[in-house]
Design a protein around this ligand. Structure first.
Ligand code: SF4
Length: 338
C-alpha cells in the first residue's frame, strides 16, 4: 500500500490536507516538528494527539529546536515582518521530513500549504525555492492547491486522483472553511500555531538576546515569561508577572542564578541570570543584586515605601541574604527594560 507522511501543524489546512489524502485511500501518518518558538508546546501536544486520533492517523513528534534555533539566527532568505524566517523554516522542516520519509519507507509527503496564502513562504517562487533547497521537488503533494501546481509523483503514478484535489489560492480562507464544514473538521489551531517569531514584543527580546551573544534554548524559553531587563551585555534580570510565572522562573533558574524576593510585602520572584559570573569576581554582581532588588520592590506591594527589605539567594546554595533598598523609579525601568 502507498504510504504518505503529512506535515502536521494542528491548523485547519494541515487537517484538511490529511483528510483529503486519507479519503484517496492512502496509508497516512503525520509528523509535527517542535521548535523553541511555540508559545505553549505542552498545551499544543495533547490537542495534536486528539486531532490525530480523530483523523485516524499515527502522529510522530520530532524536536528540531536546536537546528531551528541555529537557523533563525542567519536565515538565507531573510525574515518576514518580524523575525519569522518562514522560507528557511519550511526548508528545514521539509528536509527533516524527507529524511524521515526515506528512513521509514514513505512514498511521498503531504503539506497543507496554499498558493498565495502567506505572503512570504507560499508565493509560487517561494514554494519552488523551498522544494528545490529541501530536495523534495515532485515528492510533496499540496492537496488544497494541487491543481494550481505542476503534478507531483503521487498524481503521475496514480497514487492519488488529481481530480479529487483542489485549486485553492490566495489569502481568503472561505474555501477551506466551507470544506471543513463539509468534512466535519471543527477544531483546529490558529494559522502558524501562534509562532512567537511573528510577534513584535517577543522578537524585541529575542533580538536583544542574540545581540548579547548568549543564545541557548533555556534562554529562549525564559523569553516567554516575565518582564525582562538588560543589566550588562550578557546579564539579565527577569521579573515574574504572576504566580505561574514565578513558578516557571524557579523551574528555569540555573544553579548559579540569583533569586530575589520581597521579605515583608507580596511581590514577584526575580531571577538574576549571572551566566556564571562570581559574586566575588568584582563589584558587578553586588551592584546588580541591588538593582534587581530595587526592580523587584517596584513591582511589589511595597512600591510606595521609602525603604524595603529584600531577600536574595543563589539557587545553588539556597542560603538567604538580606538587603534594604529604595524601590526603582521610572527612569531606571526605562533605561533597562527590554
Ligand atoms: S510562522 Fe514560524 S513556524 Fe511558521 S514557517 Fe514561519 S517561522 Fe516557521
Amino acid at each position: 500500500m502507498v504510504k504518505a507522511l503529512a506535515l502536521f501543524s494542528g491548523g485547519l489546512d494541515s487537517a484538511l490536507s490529511a483528510r483529503i489524502v486519507l479519503d484517496e485511500g492512502v496509508d497516512l501518518e503525520a509528523v509535527y516538528f517542535v521548535n523553541a518558538f511555540l508559545p505553549a508546546p505542552l498545551e499544543i501536544k495533547p490537542f495534536l494527539m486528539k486531532q490525530a486520533v480523530r483523523l485516524g492517523i499515527k502522529l510522530h513528534i520530532l524536536d528540531i529546536s536546536r537546528s531551528h534555533l541555529a537557523m533563525i539566527q542567519a536565515p538565507r532568505y531573510g525574515y518576514g515582518q518580524h523575525m519569522n524566517p518562514c522560507i528557511d523554516c519550511r526548508i528545514l522542516m521539509l528536509r527533516q521530513a524527507r529524511a524521515y520519509m526515506q528512513e521509514h519507507g514513505f512514498n511521498f509527503l503531504v503539506s497543507g500549504e496554499v498558493l498565495g496564502q502567506r505572503p512570504m513562504s507560499q508565493r509560487r517562487d517561494a514554494l519552488n525555492i523551498i522544494d528545490r533547497d529541501a530536495d523534495v521537488k515532485g515528492l510533496i503533494l499540496r492537496p488544497l492547491t494541487a491543481k494550481k501546481l505542476t503534478p507531483t509523483v503521487a498524481e503521475e503514478k496514480g497514487w492519488v486522483d488529481r481530480d479529487k484535489l483542489f485549486d485553492f489560492s490566495g489569502r481568503t480562507r472561505k474555501p477551506q472553511l466551507a470544506l471543513a464544514e463539509k468534512l466535519g473538521i471543527e477544531e483546529y489551531l490558529t494559522p502558524a500555531g501562534g509562532c512567537l517569531l511573528t510577534e513584535a514584543e517577543f522578537t524585541r527580546k529575542l533580538r536583544d538576546l542574540i545581540s548579547s551573544g548568549k543564545v541557548g534554548l533555556e534562554d529562549v524559553h525564559l523569553l516567554k515569561i516575565g518582564r525582562h531587563f538588560r543589566a550588562k551585555s550578557s546579564l539579565k534580570i527577569i521579573i515574574g508577572r504572576d504566580e505561574e510565572e514565578n513558578g516557571r522562573l524557579m523551574d528555569l533558574a540555573k544553579n548559579e542564578d540569583i533569586l530575589v524576593k520581597m521579605r515583608d510585602f507580596a511581590g514577584p520572584l526575580t531571577l538574576l541570570r549571572t551566566n556564571g559570573l562570581e559574586e566575588t569576581s568584582n563589584g558587578e554582581i553586588p551592584k546588580l543584586i541591588e538593582t534587581a532588588a530595587r526592580l523587584t520592590a517596584r513591582y511589589s506591594k511595597g512600591k510606595d515605601e521609602e525603604r524595603v527589605g529584600v531577600d536574595y539567594w543563589s539557587k545553588n546554595s539556597g542560603e538567604k541574604r538580606f538587603i534594604q533598598v529604595t524601590p526603582a523609579g521610572e527612569d531606571l525601568i526605562a533605561r533597562m527594560r527590554i
